[in-house]
Design a protein around this ligand. Structure first.
Ligand code: BTN
Length: 304
């Protein structure tokens, strides 16, 4: 946009436009200025910020309301507060750092500053029955896996919510729901993605089981850009799910499934060996035991 147009639209002088451009550059925006043509933003800053996320966010509703905080206890807790106060469908809470990140099964989720994406989204899927809420976790997992595939990262999904590179976890999804008996009030989908961690950012015990995009590719990723790709794909997959049901998601999920067709140890009322054969229409994990008997697991853990 030309400096003239900017000064007219914003009702400020040309020299004020120039000053603002310098401010943008100072905060990490890469701005190209071409004589007689104007200014163009080429790159957003590394550090997460509300402006840098909004710039070029190609979603219709996901992230229309966006709360960015440098540090929070947990974006998940904050998203619950917003949802209780009536936050609209698609509201996103995102932070550079979480001091009390939550994982599944009340585990701690390590969320160091500026190395990962830590965000929670409020969803209000009124047409979805509470018993099918697990499906949303799988929708989010497929969306994340699709983005990773676009970035050239070979990921698999470990039921119900872990993204793996090889045998190491690089992302997790936490789904929490507030519902009446037959009506969902809201769902909070929390996504934690290890992005720019170096090996030293993980403790040695954690490093055995965890990885980041940077550890795997040696490349550094712009968190704002990566968030925007995920938000866009999540919206696309969510709308596909609402419009066409779980079937297409189920088949994509099975295409990404970690150790599909292999024998694993599962923890579900004791520990036993099971072969993973797919997922059920309602999102449950389908396995067979050593006697050939089929089981549907709704709340289980696949052991390492
Ligand atoms: C898991 O794999 O156990 C789920 C991890 C989910 C972590 C994310 S980070 C953003 C959101 N806020 C939290 O406190 N947890 C989720």
């Amino acid at each position: 946009m030309s400096g003239q147009e900017l000064s007219e639209v914003l009702s400020i002088s040309r020299s004020a436009v120039w000053k603002h451009m310098n401010e943008l550059k100072k905060s990490g925006y890469e701005v190209e200025a071409v004589t007689n043509r104007g200014y163009r933003i080429i790159n957003v800053p590394e550090a997460l910020s509300e402006d840098a996320i909004r710039w070029g966010l190609e979603t219709k509703w996901l992230g229309s309301t966006l709360h960015y905080h440098p540090t929070v206890t947990s974006t998940q807790n904050l998203a619950h507060e917003f949802a209780r106060d009536g936050a609209e469908h698609g509201t996103v809470v995102i932070a550079s750092e979480q001091t009390k990140g939550k994982g599944r099964m009340k585990r701690y989720w390590d969320s160091k500053a500026n190395v990962g994406l830590w965000f929670s989204t409020v969803l209000r899927p009124h047409s979805l029955e509470p018993k099918n809420a697990t499906q949303i976790t799988l929708v989010a997992a497929v969306a994340l896996a699709n983005v990773m595939k676009e970035y050239g990262i070979p990921v698999s999904i470990k039921w119900p919510n872990d993204l793996f590179i090889g045998d190491k976890k690089m992302a997790g999804i936490l789904t929490e729901m507030q519902a009446e008996q037959d009506q969902i009030d809201y769902i909070i989908i929390g996504i934690g993605l290890n992005v720019n961690h170096e090996e030293a950012d993980f403790g040695s015990a954690v490093l055995e089981h965890a990885t980041s995009l940077k550890v795997y590719t040696q490349d550094h990723y712009n968190l704002n850009t990566l968030f925007k790709s995920i938000a866009h794909e999540f919206e696309v997959q969510y709308e596909r799910f609402i419009e066409h049901g779980f079937k297409p998601i189920k088949s994509d999920w099975e295409g990404y499934a970690y150790k599909m067709g292999e024998w694993l140890t599962v923890r579900a009322q004791g520990e036993w060996n099971a072969k993973l054969i797919g997922i059920h229409e309602d999102g449950a994990l389908k396995v067979v035991d050593e006697k050939g008997q089929e089981h549907l697991l709704y709340s289980a853990e696949i052991l390492w």
